[in-house]
Design a protein around this ligand. Sequence first.
Ligand code: GRF
Length: 195
Amino acid sequence: MRRVAVLISGGGSNMEALVRDMQAGGHAVPVLVVSNVPGAGGLARAAALGVPVATVDHRAFPTREAFETALEAALAPARPEILCLAGFMRILTPGFVRRWEGRMLNIHPSLLPKYPGLDTHARALAAGDAEAGCTVHLVTAELDSGPVLGQARVPVRPGDTPEALAARVLEMEHRLYPAVLRRFAAGDRRPVLLP
Ligand code: GRF
């Protein structure tokens, strides 16, 4: 069974959706949840689900490379085969990405290639888009630009605020990411398209 580590920085709602689906589906096993932020809410959620946790505080390291060396040292004992970035808010160096290329996934709250980077919902609303959504992709050295493994579309509603749209997209993220990981863990690279 594929061994999966999940990297978080915050609440970890996507991590929880992934872990619950792995525990229900048996297609993969969550071997570790790592946060770069001490005390991140997702750490308690992971522990409550019985998943080992670790914290590697990026502020404790002088360089990105030093942080990533510590991150790899925290990951190694769990022997993960797949990394899922889930609300992980650190940009990884090309060296780290290269070491994990083809085995590291990320979820981004927009219909890539539209709106890489931050504030995706405000940008979609400002552009007057009729729909928004989220994308799961393989991580490559260029930010938010790797091969798409899944996308979920969400209609924009009149009067939508970025917060309201974000909440609606997040619900779809919780469906999309587990569906993509099931396929990816089975070696199937066909994109998952929702709804
Ligand atoms: C989500 O919108 C996700 O798309 C982005 O981080 C946000 C928070 O995710 N990457 P989570 O609740 O911490 O999983």
